[in-house]
Design a protein around this ligand. Structure first.
Ligand code: NAG
Ligand code: NAG
Ligand code: NAG
Ligand code: NAG
Ligand code: NAG
Length: 418
């Protein structure tokens, strides 16, 4: 119980020092173009998959009609390569006229009419990473005003083509400029990823006071190796990173690639489990028009989303590592917990792992806890702190448990399966 009140105090404290635009009290959820669609501007040969208003509208329709929006996936975000190669005669950014003929304001209207929010991309520097016009120190105000006039709801601010000094001035300046527009705009900062992601070079106290989320580390690629590399980096640096996340300001290990080409079914579960434990933004980059039912079911798992969206907003931690097995734990509201056991091994035999709530330090309730398997969507049973919990973790896979005091009544809203 003491732990909980400490957690609450910590959450309140973090809230009071956070960027105060009222947004993302729980990690943002949505969809973004980059991982899957990159800088594909070839609408002539690949009209369905090029960065264009058609792609965004198609995803908006899917997010609104495919059950995504109701679960919280509401941010629909355009990454790099949307802009015209030159600013207009007034110095404003413009969208590419062939790929966004209706303009961004009309696209925002379309997205809003579907009950969603539109995100856009810009870059603190001379150019975007893809070579489009960047936002330099002298164009920050005009760009913030332009985005607000288009009624955009989120800005991802990348960091190619600028030096450290310019970033140190530009990221806070954009935060102020967004605030001055009067429109609440989720502000996603790529800054730390360009500075090695760690203190003392990165000042996370400062970031928490100017950004709603930030990319700490390298871009995700469509592979298990990339997912593992990201997980291991966050685990190795969790003492620095875990305390800086909280309501309104989140670490961002990058997009979800479930539904793409690179991950197996087990690996998809593993990414989702660790992202949920890390209180990470759940921003997909995939094709919602052709996604498999299997991938969709994973991304729409209500209990997984409930865990990710926990109102305490305390990022979880890796609490144990034994060879290729690692145990991850996140404290949730109402003395609930989520625990994930990850197997990064490639030995084809599912690996046995025995533990207990006592060994996991989940012991406050002597009456015990109800355990639920998040991905098997089933009730596992009532466990006392000393009862053995015997698991088998598939190779490059995960077992994720939701742990609830025996005395708490389950909510059907997040147990779709009960
Ligand atoms: C701007 O910042 C002030 C002070 O932190 C805050 O109260 C206000 O809600 C912010 N407005 C927007 C639009 O972000
Ligand atoms: C940005 O452009 C300015 C002016 O051309 C140039 O001096 C500077 O070196 C450029 N910065 C980077 C990081 O490319
Ligand atoms: C960074 O760029 C600015 C110009 O925008 C320049 O004045 C400054 O010297 C540069 N700093 C470094 C460390 O290169
Ligand atoms: C980090 O930023 C905060 C808030 O701006 C500031 O008070 C603090 O001194 C900075 N810490 C370091 C080590 O620079
Ligand atoms: C449980 O608590 C003990 C003592 O504080 C600590 O050494 C151990 O690492 C913790 N284990 C877990 C799984 O959190």
């Amino acid at each position: 119980m003491h732990l909980l009140s400490f957690g609450l105090l910590l959450a309140l404290y973090m809230l009071s020092t956070a960027l105060d635009n009222g947004l993302v009290k729980t990690p943002p959820m949505g969809w973004m173009t980059w991982e899957r669609y990159r800088c594909n501007i070839d609408c002539k040969n690949d009209p369905d998959n090029c960065i264009s208003e058609n792609l965004i509208k198609a995803m908006a329709d899917k997010m609104a009609n495919g059950g995504w929006r109701e679960l919280g996936y509401v941010y629909l975000s355009i990454d790099d390569c949307w802009a015209k190669k030159q600013r207009d005669s007034n110095g404003k950014l413009e969208p590419d006229p062939d790929r966004f003929p209706s303009g961004i304001k009309a696209l925002a209207d379309y997205v809003h009419s579907r009950g969603l929010k539109l995100g856009i991309y810009s870059d603190m520097g001379n150019y975007t990473c893809g070579g489009y016009p960047g936002t330099t120190l002298d164009t920050i105000k005009i760009d913030a005003d332009t985005f607000a006039s288009w009624e955009v709801d989120m800005l991802k601010f990348d960091g190619c083509y600028s030096n450290d000094t310019e970033k140190a001035i530009g990221y806070p300046k954009m935060s102020s400029a967004l605030n001055a527009t009067g429109r609440p705009i989720l502000y996603s900062c790529s800054w730390p990823a360009y500075e090695g992601g760690l203190p003392p070079k990165v000042n996370y106290t400062l970031l928490g006071s100017i950004c709603n989320m930030w990319r700490n580390y390298d871009d995700i690629q469509d592979s298990w190796a990339s997912v593992v590399k990201i997980i291991q980096w966050f685990a190795a640096n969790q003492d620095a990173l875990q305390p800086v996340a909280g309501p309104g300001h989140w670490n961002d290990p990058d997009m979800l690639i479930t539904g793409d080409y690179g991950l197996s079914y087990e690996q998809s579960k593993a990414q989702l489990a660790i992202w949920a434990i890390m209180a990470a933004p759940l921003i997909m980059s995939n094709d919602l028009r052709t996604i498999s039912e299997e991938a969709k079911d994973l991304l729409q798992n209500r209990l997984l989303i409930y865990i990710n969206q926990d109102s305490l907003g305390i990022q979880g931690r890796q609490v144990m590592k034994v060879g290729c097995l690692s145990v991850w734990k996140r404290q949730l509201v109402n003395d609930q917990y989520a625990v994930a056991v990850l197997n990064t091994g490639d030995d084809g035999l599912p690996r046995p792992f025995s533990t207990s709530l006592g060994l996991l330090n989940i012991t406050e309730y002597s009456a015990g806890y109800k355990l639920y398997d998040v991905f098997n969507t089933e009730y596992v049973g009532l466990f006392k702190p000393i009862s053995p919990i015997n698991l088998k973790i598939n190779p490059s896979g995960v077992v994720m448990l939701f742990i609830q005091p025996a005395t708490v009544a389950p909510h059907r809203s997040y147990f779709g399966f009960l």
